[in-house]
Every structure is written in C-alpha cells, then in structure tokens.
Ligand binder design. Structure first.
Ligand code: ZN
Length: 187
C-alpha cells in the first residue's frame, strides 16, 4: 500500500463527520478515480484558506478586513444578532429574515465583551437578538452579556422557542428559523 495514499486517507478522516470508510472512498476518488476533480478540490481548498479570514468587526467569514455585511450601509445597524459561530451567519442570511448586523461570540472573555460593547456604541444598537443553541450554557451567556449592558437602553431578545434544546442552527430548516426570528421575544 502506498504511504501517500494512507496519508490522504488520514487527512480526510480528520474532517468533521468523516469516518474511516468515507475517508478511504474520498481518497480513492480524488487520487485515482477522478484526479481532475481531486486537483480542482486541492486548488479550491488552497485558495479559500489563503483568501478567507474573520471580519475585524463582527467575526464573520470574510475576504476583507471588514465583511460585506458590516460594510453594507443598507443593513439595519440598530439591530445586532449574537451568534456562536461564523457559520451561523451564513445560515441566518440564507433565511433572509434578518436585516441587521451580527456579532460572533465564540468565546467569553473580557476582550470580546469589550469589543461587543464598542460595536454597540459605534452602531447605536438598540436591540440585541441572541440566536444561540438553546441550553443552560447559552442561558448563562445571555444573562452574563445582559448584565454587562446594565443601565443601557438596549432591548434584549432571543429567537423564539420551538427550536429544541441543544439543537444547533445548522440543523434547523430555513422555514423554522425564519419563524424563530420573526417570533423572537424579549428577555
Ligand atoms: Zn463583519
């Protein structure tokens, strides 16, 4: 057996959700079965890795220092949606139900909280909408953030119930997600 082939299988098996059997299938496909697709995939991956970064403002996936959403003056800058992961922004954008700005809270520390406070001051935010995976963890984060804004006039809301506890945004269909955004309630 070729060690290069083994290395390729190993690389695929490190991807999320890819087991040994799928890794073997993908490795065979891109190296032997359809080497053109394989080279194209390698090229796309390299291109994306080199070009993509996180938006300095909100943490979204971006090709520039500031992402397209932050740079878009037609967005409602008074509403801010807090998500846990940059991927969640792509999902919410696909639903088309939300027109405000975003902020990715992928870690809770004093730096990111300060960045969030600066963000809200710069944009005169008057509503913060939490779109997080329902659960004890996110309840704690919401309380913590709300506490940091004590004394401000910002309205806090979260996407509607109906999204089951522990279910991440990427497992919700667009229709339910749109409904959850439209039915958001004050907290
Ligand atoms: Zn941004």
């Amino acid at each position: 057996m070729s060690s290069k082939f083994d290395e390729l299988v190993e690389a695929f098996s490190k991807l999320p959700g890819v087991g040994k059997k799928s890794a073997l299938k993908y490795a065979y496909h891109v190296s032997i079965d359809n080497s053109f697709a394989g080279l194209n995939l390698a090229h796309c991956i390299e291109d994306a890795v080199k070009a993509l970064r996180r938006c300095e403002n909100c943490g979204a996936i971006s090709e520039d220092e500031i992402c397209e959403i932050c740079a878009d003056s037609s967005r409602d800058s008074s509403t801010l949606c807090i998500v846990e992961n940059p991927k969640d922004i792509l999902i919410l954008e696909k639903s088309g139900a939300y027109k405000g700005l975003y902020f990715v809270l992928d870690d809770i520390n004093s730096d990111i909280v300060e960045k969030l406070i600066n963000f809200t001051q710069k944009n005169s935010t008057n509503e913060i909408l939490f779109a997080m995976t329902p659960g004890i963890n996110s309840d704690g984060i919401m309380l913590y953030i709300e506490d940091k804004f004590k004394g401000s006039n910002i309205l806090f809301s979260k996407i509607a119930q109906g999204i089951p506890t522990g279910v991440t945004l990427d497992n919700i269909d667009t229709l339910s997600l749109t409904k959850a955004i439209n039915d958001r309630r004050e907290i």
